[in-house]
Design a protein around this ligand. Structure first.
Ligand SMILES: C[S@@+](CC[C@H](N)C(=O)[O-])C[C@H]1O[C@@H](n2cnc3c(N)ncnc32)[C@H](O)[C@@H]1O
Length: 197
């Protein structure tokens, strides 16, 4: 059952448009991170903190670094995370394009959820790349979503699906789409397919 205080704050975030990941997506990524035994998790784009709280609850073994730029959202989210009781969330304030490289310097990232401005996905991914652990998972939200005719997330989904260092699948295709990519070990990148089906 949801904490009523948390629900209060989540329902009063000043933006009225629903840009949070749906609950089943939040649950899916949180369970994926748990199954992966992720120790360092990155989320770009915090908003109401729904996915962050799900990640934190499901992954007590991990620290979740979540990045948000909007001061109004930050004011509420800071309070929300404070009362949530989860001590494994680090809310990083400011432009993720600048704060991500500083925050993850010297760290090994096991799981990333890209969900900030869609035009940033590629740069965030490139900033993450040198810090991803072996077999790290990178999930990109909205990879089947074209707001106002802009298809940055769709293009990024295609880029990730064709990246030689990753194996990717796409799910939730009837909705906004989620691409889940796993970094291959170096030996597996070299491996050539051996036959047909
Ligand atoms: C789609 S919402 C995130 C939803 C959240 N992950 C969830 O599922 O509940 C995108 C958020 O990214 C934030 N954002 C956009 N550009 C950003 C940037 N350059 N740096 C940090 N946050 C950014 C927006 O303010 C917004 O709150």
């Amino acid at each position: 059952m949801r904490n009523p205080i948390i629900s209060f704050f989540q329902n009063r975030t000043y933006k009225t448009d629903d840009i949070s990941a749906k609950h089943h997506i939040a649950e899916l990524i949180a369970k994926l991170a748990r199954a992966h035994n992720a120790k360092i998790i990155v989320e770009t784009g915090t908003f109401r903190g729904l996915t962050t709280l799900e990640l934190a609850k499901e992954n007590p073994q991990a620290t979740i670094y979540t990045f948000e730029i909007d001061p109004k959202i930050l004011r509420q989210t800071r309070i929300l995370f404070g009362i949530s009781g989860h001590r494994n969330i680090v809310l990083v304030e400011g432009d993720v394009m600048k704060t991500l490289p500083q925050t993850i310097a010297g760290k090994s990232v096991d799981f990333a959820f890209l969900d900030d401005a869609k035009k940033n996905y590629r740069m965030n991914f490139e900033n993450l790349l040198p810090h991803l652990s072996d077999s790290a998972l990178v999930c990109a939200h909205d990879t089947n979503f074209r707001p106002n005719d802009i298809d940055d997330a769709i293009q990024f989904g295609k880029y990730l699906a064709n990246h030689p260092a990753f194996s990717a699948i796409s799910v939730d295709w009837s909705d906004r789409g989620l691409t889940i990519a796993q970094k291959r070990g170096s030996a597996r990148i070299e491996k050539k397919p051996t036959g047909g089906i």
